[in-house]
Write a protein that binds this ligand. Structure first.
Ligand code: NCD
Ligand code: ZN
Length: 346
């Protein structure tokens, strides 16, 4: 017996594609199921100007295999030197769909991020005026703040003050990992959204640390206590239009993960839709999956929903996903949920 569900083709509202050989290997993993994705700009060096974004977009499209369709939605990496006029021009041309705020030092390749928020005030005001979304990596970086508290502290110290100081600014709090993040998004209406990753619906901090350290479950923001995972599940499966999928699929080679100072990032592009079907079914909310993966995101970004569909199929035998994908830089481990999955995309 198999069950099949058609779904408006989903989009990924937070994705790392990297560049070069890695880009070539990981792009088809996303393009197979997803029509569009918000492309993170944390390359080395970062994608800062409209010209950088145009060149990166061209490299992404050049890496797309023949016959596959995919639309990269480009972002700019906000620095203290970002020029509001360059941002406005990149938005007006249709190239750029969001600007990304990394607090300096918060995560992989974030050294050029913002230290002094007064220095980006002009850009934020321009963005509020033209309706361009600010995507936020919501963690403070102060060394005296515990890594498990950094998201909650960010809301009070940075996110809420920035939003109050810039009325009308549209903000996505990305990859929320806490009940605090869920509550903050829920307590605001117009102009604030929250993305949730696949893996944060599945793992809590025990998965990283119990029974030996598991580098492939380490990402930023780091997975929190079980109560937070449950809050994320409730939000994602609620149908609430403020929450939508941003996988934060973040490939690093095994050599860079399985080492004394391993990189942060889970690679979920390959099996995200089957894993989400599993999670939503577990929560008795399969009817809300389309809102989360295919409808709420375009509504927030004021883009049309995709016109075509994918089909999720549940089969009797567990689906065998690849353990790794090969890239020109070395193997990348595919996220292992730790349980059998019976769903696949037709
Ligand atoms: C991301 C990466 O590797 O670029 N890592 C991660 O753990 N999510 C950066 C990020 O989004 O924080
Ligand atoms: Zn990310």
């Amino acid at each position: 017996m198999s069950t099949s569900i058609p779904l408006t083709r989903p989009d990924d509202w937070h994705l790392h594609l990297r560049d070069g050989a890695m880009l070539k290997a990981v792009l088809p993993e996303t393009a197979r199921d997803f029509a569009r994705a918000i492309i993170m700009p944390n390359l080395v060096p970062p994608v800062v100007t409209g010209a950088d974004a145009a060149a990166y977009r061209d490299r992404i499209l050049a890496a797309l295999p023949e016959g596959m369709a995919f639309e990269p939605l480009m972002t700019l990496y906000l620095t203290e030197d970002t020029d509001p006029e360059d941002v406005a021009a990149a938005h007006a041309s249709g190239l750029v769909k969001a600007v990304k705020l990394y607090p300096a030092g918060a995560t992989t390749n974030s050294a050029s991020g913002v230290r002094d928020f007064d220095r980006v005030r002009g850009v934020l005001e321009k963005m509020a005026e033209i309706g361009l979304t600010l995507c936020v990596h919501g963690e403070v970086t102060d060394s005296d703040i515990d890594i498990f508290d950094r998201e909650a502290v960010f809301i009070d110290r940075v996110l809420d003050p920035v939003r109050r100081a810039t009325p009308g600014l549209r903000v996505v709090m990305e990859h929320i990992t806490t009940r605090n993040g869920v509550d903050y998004v829920r307590s605001n209406d117009e102009g604030l959204g929250g993305t949730i990753t696949t893996h944060h619906l599945i793992i809590n901090r025990n998965h990283i640390l119990v029974g030996g350290i598991k580098p492939h479950y380490y990402c930023l923001p780091v997975a929190k206590r079980e109560e937070h995972r449950l809050a994320l599940r409730a939000a994602a499966t609620s149908g609430d239009a403020r929450f939508f999928l941003g996988t934060d699929s973040a490939p690093h080679t095994d050599a860079n993960k399985e080492t004394a100072c391993g990189c942060a990032g889970c690679f979920t592009a390959t099996n995200t839709m089957p894993l989400l079907a599993h999670v939503f079914e577990e929560e008795g909310a399969l009817d809300k999956l389309e809102a989360f993966a295919s409808k709420n995101g375009p509504a927030f970004y004021r883009l049309p929903e995709n016109a075509d569909t994918i089909t999720l199929i549940k089969q009797d035998e567990p689906v065998a996903f690849p353990d790794k994908i090969e890239t020109g830089e070395g193997p990348v481990t595919v996220f292992d949920p730790g349980f059998p999955v019976f769903w696949k995309v037709a």
